[in-house]
Design a protein around this ligand. Structure first.
Ligand SMILES: C[S@@+](CC[C@H](N)C(=O)[O-])C[C@H]1O[C@@H](n2cnc3c(N)ncnc32)[C@H](O)[C@@H]1O
Length: 497
């Protein structure tokens, strides 16, 4: 299907945008409805899901379900049904603008319109609509959107913004400046329309990576870069391919972002990365960050198999699953095989630029999580705590730390590290969702140290009390501080106050 023209969007007036938004909200066409509809059949491929989700929506009482069928799930509606759902006035406006069209005796939408929490509506293209199709909000976009603090007053950059969703979420949450950049000029046009549609304040620039904003700095950078490896015979798709291997563009973005990250700023990158023997993603990112490295955290989880990926991407080439689907799936599978990709892993890569007061030390931490169950608050709590891991002793000693509210301790028999093969009783600390951390066996005396720190106004006060009670520990102060740093890395201790 060719890309629809954007020429009709410009003349849509501010008044019509307001009425459209009010209509969407009033009829119950909301992100809650769409996520319930998605939940009815959450298979991976879009085409076979559509008729089944439409069936579910047809049984919903709210008129917004009709709008969801039209704008999210590719339904052709009867003209009366479309007029009633939109109102006759808005129906005519959208027809004039070329957003909807009469087709085969009914009405269909030429664009997707997705509601996104918090109450934003995003117009975008169907992903099978050619090389410059503009990606709207998907599961990954929504994951990143949830990491934008509920009240965010800083400057946000949406790098590779597609239809502008993440910049608009930041603007809605209070960003004093929200900017999006995309290589695809069509993405910029759609993002600008979406800004008007939602009555928000955000700026969008066409260009490569951070180039259009190289003289600015941001407190929050959000990016879901294209991360798929392109087989040489496969037609280019701007939103999808990150190079022949797949991670080239993401690594280039990661290398460039520190130059626009303000002190205290964070960059969140969401990607699916091909897992390659001996080359974990943390190592690849560390390498491209070089000496000027910010802090690096990589939270990894499971991802789809190469077979699933091949099937999803081939369905963009031929959504009817015909000959071209078969050829394309084969091209992907051969390409992944040639690259030696056994699996894909989902990852959130976080770069943090510490404030000068925290010193020059840097950490690089990779954690494998059981699921992406963290939220904006638990992630920020973990990151604020990690900010202390490489600080000078004095800064760490002055800090107030608490046991994470998500940490659970169980008594287990584990191998004694000093006498392998001899089980010893040990407390195992585990961080439950939505907290972030890793399992950590600690000796009973170590658990007491953590509890003492939890009960003290500062690490220093806790260590002083411990040394006073057991003077023999005075010579072990450095080891105790090392233990505290490890507790921060494990997510067991978090910054208080
Ligand atoms: C996977 S889409 C993500 C879209 C959007 N951020 C989201 O999460 O919904 C990646 C986007 O990166 C853009 N892109 C590709 N190469 C780029 C480059 N060199 N510089 C800037 N943007 C680029 C694509 O056009 C596409 O819009």
């Amino acid at each position: 299907m060719p890309l629809p023209s954007l020429a009709g969007l410009d003349p849509i007036s501010g008044d019509t945008c307001e009425k459209l938004l009010a209509r969407f909200r009033f009829t119950g066409f909301t992100s809650k409805l769409v996520s319930e509809a998605d939940g009815f059949f959450s298979g991976t491929l879009r085409a076979p899901r559509l008729p089944i989700v439409r069936f579910w929506l047809e049984r919903r009482p709210e008129p917004g379900a009709t709008l969801a069928r039209l704008f999210v799930y590719d339904a052709t509606l009867g003209e009366t049904e479309a007029r009633d759902a939109l109102s006759p006035e808005l129906f005519e406006h959208l027809l004039d603008a070329g957003v909807v069209e009469r087709s085969g005796g009914g009405v269909r939408s030429l664009f997707l319109v997705h509601p996104v929490d918090p109450g934003i509506y995003v117009l975008s293209d169907r992903l099978d609509a050619g090389r410059d199709a503009v990606m709207g909000p998907g599961g990954g976009t929504e994951h990143l959107a949830r990491l934008v603090p509920a009240a965010f007053e800083g400057r946000a950059l949406d790098l590779g913004c597609g239809a502008g969703t993440l910049a608009l979420v930041a603007a809605r949450r209070g960003a004093k400046r929200a900017v999006g950049v995309d290589l695809n000029p069509r993405a910029i046009e759609l993002s600008r329309f979406n800004t008007r549609l939602n009555g928000l304040d955000a700026e969008f620039f066409a260009g490569n990576g951070v180039e259009p904003v190289e003289n600015e700095s941001f407190d929050l950078v959000l990016s879901q870069p294209p991360f798929v490896g392109r087989p040489s015979e496969q037609e280019e798709r701007t939103f999808l391919f990150g190079g022949a291997r797949g991670d080239e563009l993401a690594l280039a973005f990661l290398a460039a972002v520190p130059s626009v990250l303000a002190p205290g700023g964070r960059a969140f990158f969401l990607l699916q990365s091909a897992e390659r023997e001996g080359e974990p993603l943390t190592t690849r990112v560390r390498r491209v960050l070089g000496d000027s490295a910010p802090h690096l955290l990589v939270l990894s989880g499971g991802g789809p198999t190469p077979a699933t990926q091949a099937s999803v991407f081939a369905s963009f080439e031929d959504p009817s699953f015909g000959e071209e689907y078969a050829r394309s799936a084969r091209r992907y599978l051969e390409h992944f095989e040639k690259l030696g990709i056994a699996a894909f892993g989902g990852a959130l890569v976080v770069l943090s630029r510490p404030t000068p007061a925290l010193g020059d030390g840097r950490y690089a931490l990779g954690l494998t999580l059981r699921g992406p169950h963290y939220d904006a608050v638990s992630l920020e709590t973990f990151l604020r705590s990690l900010d202390l891991v490489e600080t000078p002793d004095d800064v760490l000693e002055r800090s107030q730390l608490r046991l994470s509210p998500h940490v659970r301790s169980t008594l287990e028999l584990v191998d004694d590290p000093n006498a392998p093969g001899t089980p010893a009783q040990s407390a195992v600390l585990r961080v439950a969702a939505p907290g972030i951390g890793s399992d950590w066996p600690v000796a009973p005396a170590e658990l007491e140290v953590l509890r003492a720190i939890d009960a003290s106004p500062s690490v220093r006060a806790a260590l002083d009390a411990i040394v006073q009670a057991a003077p023999a520990l005075a010579s072990l102060r450095d080891e105790l501080l090392g233990f505290v740093r490890n507790a921060l890395l494990r997510g067991a201790l978090v910054r208080g106050g």
